[in-house]
Design a binder for this molecule. Structure first.
Ligand code: NDP
Length: 323
């Protein structure tokens, strides 16, 4: 089978489209024939070595497809079932072997396989951020950076579902339009305007209850300055680079603020939690209450180009790879 592998850390050029043997499922494992694989920023961190790991290996963490073989002891799934996953290494491939406990079933009548692949990682992230890390309530205001990105468009929609007012930041007018379409009440072009000043203006000087910040290095300080006293900064990514060390005294000076740095794994720690988040998303998609924008579908062999586009801020919504 074909897979996208790398044997050294570096730019998109380290990715190689190679032949590897089709893996066999062991005890408690399932082999899935992938209909689509998701591209995520974590794949970039893993490719560059920001998140270290063993080499050589197959990249990718997310996908969906059809069960084609089950290992010993697997009772929940059988051949022909449709399943999706996030957080399983080796997804940039035609087939993957995954632990059964990581798989979520879905009904292809309601959710297309490529849609399931597109929503697992970024959708469950938007879900835990709005429902668990800072459970938004009606009347609260959230600032969402990179609001037209993969996570961003979903985050805007879920924050609105919870009754919040959403202020989004984006780099271009085209992205602003998409963020508005996802429910953002106000959108700031943070490449042209000071988003702290704009956020203060929009909130009548008050600041927001929560900032969901996936951009990191270039937005972190401004995010703190955009909060109300006792507000929450949820730092969940580093698209512009990691945030340098912070003097915690700053949180006191700026109004008794809270900061957390969560990951999806912390919020899908049990099977119940994983199923709750994923099944909620599939239900909303099936009911047309959640829209997943696939902003780019690339051939598996073009994973390097997908990475160039994602890192180059050229993309909107979700990027997927098709075998
Ligand atoms: P996005 O689609 O959001 O792409 C990244 C976006 O970040 C860009 O489109 C761009 O939007 C913005 N950005 C701002 N500055 C830069 C920069 N210097 N270089 C590149 N992009 C920049 O990606 P994803 O939806 O896949 O991921 C978003 C973030 O969420 C990532 O940081 C990722 O690590 C994080 N994440 C965290 C998870 C967690 O559980 N902690 C899980 C999933 C994702 P614009 O042009 O509008 O500025």
């Amino acid at each position: 089978m074909k897979a996208v592998r790398f044997s050294e850390f570096g730019g998109p050029e380290v990715l190689r489209y190679e032949d590897v043997p089709v893996p066999e499922p062991g005890s408690g494992e399932v082999r899935v024939k992938l209909a689509a694989s998701g591209v995520n920023f974590i794949d970039v961190y893993q490719r560059t070595g920001l998140y270290p790991g063993e080499l050589p290996r197959t990249l990718g963490n997310e996908g969906a497809g059809e069960v084609e073989a089950v290992g010993e002891g697997v009772e929940e799934f059988s051949e022909g079932d449709f399943v999706a996953f996030a957080g399983v290494p080796g997804a940039y491939a035609e087939h993957i072997v995954a632990p059964a406990e990581k798989l979520v079933p879905f009904n292809v009548t309601y959710v297309e396989a490529r849609m399931a692949a597109a929503v697992m990682l970024q959708g469950m992230t938007a879900h835990y951020l709005t429902h668990s890390t800072f459970p938004l309530q009606e009347g609260q205001t959230a600032l969402v950076h990179a609001a037209a990105g993969g996570v961003g468009l979903l985050l805007c929609q879920l924050a609105k579902m919870r009754g919040a007012t959403v202020i989004g930041t984006v780099s271009t007018e085209e992205k602003a339009e998409l963020a508005r379409g996802a429910g953002a009440d106000e959108v700031i072009l943070y490449t042209q305007h000071d988003f702290v000043e704009e956020t203060r203006r929009i909130t009548g000087g008050e600041g927001v209850d929560v900032v969901y910040d996936s951009v990191g290095k270039t937005t972190f300080d401004g995010s703190l300055d955009s909060l109300k006293p006792r507000g929450y900064l949820v730092l969940f990514g580093a698209s512009s680079g990691p945030v340098p060390p912070v003097d915690l005294q700053v949180l006191n000076q700026k109004g008794g603020l809270f900061v957390t740095r969560p990951s999806l794994a912390h919020y899908t720690a049990t099977r119940e939690e994983l199923l709750w988040r994923a099944e909620s998303l599939f239900t909303w998609i099936g009911q047309n209450n959640l829209s997943v924008r696939i902003g780019g579908a690339y051939k598996l062999s073009e994973a390097d180009q997908a990475h160039r586009d994602l890192e180059g801020r050229k993309t909107t919504g979700k990027l997927i790879l098709l075998p």
